[in-house]
Design a protein around this ligand. Sequence first.
Ligand code: IVH
Length: 684
Amino acid sequence: MKLPDTAQRIHELIRKINHYNHQYYQNSVSEIPDYEFDTLLEELSGLEKQHPDLKRTDSPTQRVGGTITKEFPTVYHRFPMLSLGNTYSEDDIREFDRRVRKAIGETVEYVCEMKFDGVALSLTYENGVLQRGVTRGDGVRGDDITPNIRTIKTLPLTIAGDAVPALFEVRGEGFLPSDVFTQLNKEREDIGEALLANPRNAASGTFKMQDSGLVARRKLDCYVYSFLADQTPFDTHAAGLVQLKRWGFNVSPTWQVCATIGEVMDYIHRWESARFQLPLATDGIVIKVNRYDQQQELGYTAKSPRWAIAYKYPAQIASTTLKGVIYNVGRTGAVTPVAKLDPVLLAGTVVKRATLHNANEIARLDLRLGDAVFIEKGGEIIPKVTRVDLTRRDPASQSIVYPVHCPVCSTPLIRREGEAAYYCPNEKGCPPQLKAKLEHFIQRRAMNIESLGEGKIELLFDKGLVRRADQLYDLQPEALLGLEKNIVDEETGGVRKVSFREKTVENILSALRKSKEVPFKNVLFALGIRYVGATVAEKLAAYFRNVEALAEANFEALIAVPEIGGRIAQSTLDFFADPDNRQFVERLGAAGLQLATPDAPVVLESNQLVGKTFVVSGLFAGFERDELKQKIEANGGKVLSGISGKLNYLVAGENTGPSKREKATQLGVRIISESEFMLLVGGQ
Ligand code: IVH
């Protein structure tokens, strides 16, 4: 393609992809099948790699990230990012209205919006192209986090149309949708990582991550709520919101024009409980004078506009008594203290338990048994104890003594360096850890044997039939039939009977049989290797193809896998270094579980690469990495997982690390590019 044609094609691809993205993310309309969309994106990415000079800052390929920023530059805001006066009192809101009307002397209309609880962002557009995204910082200067901002799928990278001002800013709230947050924590739980406290902290941490590729995977979103320019093309804030929506921004549909303060009050009351259905946390509402000329007339104080105010909903707090502390032991042995409370109503639910996080938190609260405590529900789902009412403390009350032994198996607890949690190190004998490992094994995303859920695992464990998941496959119907147990629900105190009748046994055995077809990646996840969540398991399974290759891989070979870092590599090594774990895996293999990814049938194209070995690393313009490996095999070559003296070629794409190149050079391995590889197989 000639250069002007390429530029034209890039232009066309960007326009098309942006259109489909907008339809998909803003309007939930899928206009073309996924693979067609991916083909367009790949074509664009390929053209950009061949012609880096034609790569545009508004290209949708930027959305997948890839930039690493060691330190975000600090930049000044063109318009300072002010804060809002806020109040918890409805009287103050009426007073605000009186002040406004007195100053203006004519009728005033308001716009009410939700007050989103995320991270304030300022986005600069020049000639319709997103140029910069900055955090609030101190209001005068913030961090330039543009590569991370570009990963927000609902934020237009380009705006088309006649009336687009040459330079303007959009302000909004970046956030992690509640369902994404829940999923993220579920994944962290899977791999035994500390849970993120709430969606706002998670969003704020994500916006500051150095690797925009990781940011892209977190699915951040942004609701925009202000338009700023030297000359605004609209007369009212409401018209601005409508236009922002038309330009493709994500504007929360919750805003409303209110003609009177009475309507404002109705809005406040209506959203008080309805706000919990929204996809993100909110902590109040913002009331803004609608007309820009009136806003100007009212002006600003040093810190905030006189034309707006925030009404904050009272925090969801309740006061109750601490009855005791129980200590839960999780799959990884982490001990979590949980407060047992006198039941109390909070935000529509009866609360009997609240998290105390860890020993440090108990010390910080200076908690004692029998204390009157305040509990709160913030953005997080589980309530937490936030404060002790010292005025009501019984002077004779006893401090809480954090256990030094596991509350279940009595093993002395340990604390790992740099971690707040205590752990029970008895991973092979501690009942709650063993049970949690079994629960992990049977879950849907692992072996999908959910007919074993709801107390049945506990029953099998307590009867001594299953201590480790491989024993599930030895179960005989006769041993199961008639088993029963009363299980006491800790929450309600209610008793539930679990029993194995004929139908139950049939279901369990059939689910166990079916689980033998579950692909290797799920089995690998089910093993419960620390830090190996479902996504990592998929990557390892695709790369090493079978469990033997994975078990034999050394540290270098493991970190050679894209996106596998030192921590995962080490825990994988530790897992396979343990003979019990090796025996566990062997027994699963003997039971018939899938411990390998079936090879795609190789259609032989030529014998050009027979006897030659290859390692493939980095990103390629014309291939996915797996496709390149298939191409090698289709031409008779062999793909290895690590660089060694035996290796003939390292096919190095973009992003191949310098250490890998160095090692290959030292060992005399030839390093070839994608195009040199194509010459080897007779392509061009
Ligand atoms: S307008 C002059 N609208 O609240 C300030 N802010 O205390 C204009 N916020 O940092 C801000 N939802 O991050 C506005 N609908 C909304 C908002 C909102 C949340 C945050 C924003 C700002 C803080 C101000």
